[in-house]
Ligand binder design. Structure first.
Ligand SMILES: *Cc1c(COP(=O)(O)O)cnc(C)c1O
Length: 433
């Protein structure tokens, strides 16, 4: 029996309707920007394997650092103990982050990093004698699949079945924008006036605002303007509300700078990092916060402790991978590659737009490009999406359109030529559909 048929009997895949989904593909090995299946078919990984891979697959330096660390110390309980890779990683990250973000709390995936941020914000107030059990988030915001993370992502469209289980949230319309968007002012004004109303009515009950800065990922690579985020932050801070940046997707060069916050004129009270942190090798996450928040948990009373932790907190192998990945990210060649990807996106998107009238709302930020393709086929949107995925795979491209949104989010190892030919292939497929 092949791996795929064995798999089909026993494995339940994420985000997959197992009754109708096409057969999964068994990947045997991966190198650079390509993954290879059992029959040695190559697929260009244009989505960085669900947004985690930044330096390409099979990176030797990261692999070696994991191996060396495994021989020395694979894992140790992180309560009451520590190790060099954890400390070194935080010191290195601190050099790239705003000075105020200097307390690091480890966990092991994006959703847990968000849970930690939500719980920390709630308890920050609780420890000072306030009950603030409301969170502010944006329509279309996606923050993970655990219950707290789903709650703040209630309007992402992914978690509707669970709405009866959610924490209490207030949502703000999200002013998604694109090239030559004429309605951006109106959309931003609506968001601001909605927020104004929430603040007026519930301001003193809100613990924190959570936002994916500059771009919402899962709800369709939706970009907003930096000035808008700056205004929103000013408004909530007037009422003392904490600000959480979910940079799980945007971190580590994705938006062109090390972090999206580098492009925003203010820094958050809590920052969630994961996905690209280990270069896509191992699961790891960190919630980073300020001395002010940290201090609110200091007490002789155990009840003020942040009683939260995971078995694999600060796994040394993952930390070792993250240290190496961060060093690679800082290299001039990587920074150049990030700029080159941005240029290639501009050329590719431009060409697509000229040659295909069904391309709408083109947008680019850093290493991410996205656009909508109008579905004027006889297929419904769900079937249309499946056909798109299938045809891209057949052309050797790993792409995973979100609805009718096609996006490219490649590892930084990709070459200008590979991107250019990818756009040509995409163009051909879309033209024939
Ligand atoms: C992927 C993602 C998460 C959740 O991370 P997981 O590791 O999948 O739990 C949270 N927030 C954002 C912005 C993400 O893109």
């Amino acid at each position: 029996m092949s791996i795929t048929s064995k798999d089909s009997h026993i494995i339940w895949h994420p985000f997959t309707q197992e009754q109708t989904a096409p057969s999964v593909i068994a990947i045997k090995h991966a190198k650079g920007s390509y993954i290879y299946d059992e029959n040695n078919n190559a697929y260009l990984d244009l989505i960085s394997s669900w947004w985690v891979n930044i330096h390409g697959h099979g990176n030797r330096e990261i692999a070696r650092s994991i191996y060396r660390q495994a021989l020395a110390l694979e894992h140790v309980i992180f309560a009451g103990f520590t190790h060099a890779p954890a400390v070194e990683l935080c010191e290195n990250l601190m050099q790239l982050l705003p000075y105020s973000l200097n307390k690091f709390f480890f966990s092991d995936n994006g959703s847990t990093a968000v849970e930690v941020a939500l719980k920390m914000s709630y308890q920050y107030w609780y420890n000072q004698g306030y009950i603030k059990n409301l969170f502010l988030s944006f329509d279309g915001g996606y923050h993970g699949d655990t219950l707290g993370a789903m709650s703040v992502g209630a309007k992402s469209g992914f978690h509707d079945n669970f709405s009866k289980l959610f924490l209490k949230i207030l949502t703000i319309p999200y002013p998604a924008t694109w090239d030559n968007d004429l309605e951006i002012e109106a959309k931003e004004n609506l968001a601001k006036s909605t927020l104004e109303r929430h603040l007026h009515e519930y301001g003193d009950k809100i613990a924190a605002l959570i936002i994916e800065p500059l771009i919402q990922g899962a709800s369709g690579m939706r970009i907003c303007r930096t000035e808008f985020i700056e205004t929103i932050i000013k408004m909530v801070r007037k009422q003392g509300i904490l600000v959480i940046f979910d940079e799980i997707m945007t971190g580590f060069g994705r938006t062109g700078s090390y972090f999206a916050l580098d492009q925003i004129g203010t820094s958050p009270d809590l920052l969630c990092l994961s996905k690209g942190i280990t270069g896509g090798f191992l699961p790891l996450a960190i919630t980073i916060t300020t001395t002010n928040i940290f201090n609110a948990f200091l007490s002789d009373d155990w009840k003020k402790t942040f009683a939260h932790g995971h078995s694999y907190t600060a796994n040394p192998l993952a930390c070792a991978a993250a240290i190496t990945s961060l060093n690679l990210l800082k290299k001039e060649t990587t920074q150049k590659a990030i700029q080159e990807i941005h240029k290639s996106h501009k050329i590719g998107i431009n060409k697509l737009q000229i040659e295909n009238k069904r391309i709408e709302r083109p947008r680019i930020i850093g290493t991410i490009s996205a656009f909508e393709i109008k579905n004027n086929t006889h297929l419904n949107d769900i079937k249309f999406n499946l056909i798109l995925k299938k045809q891209f795979l057949e052309a050797g491209l790993l792409l995973r359109p979100l609805g009718n949104t096609i996006y490219l989010l490649p590892p930084y190892s990709i070459t200008a030529y590979e991107l250019e030919t990818s756009y040509d292939k995409i163009n051909k497929i879309l033209f024939q559909l």
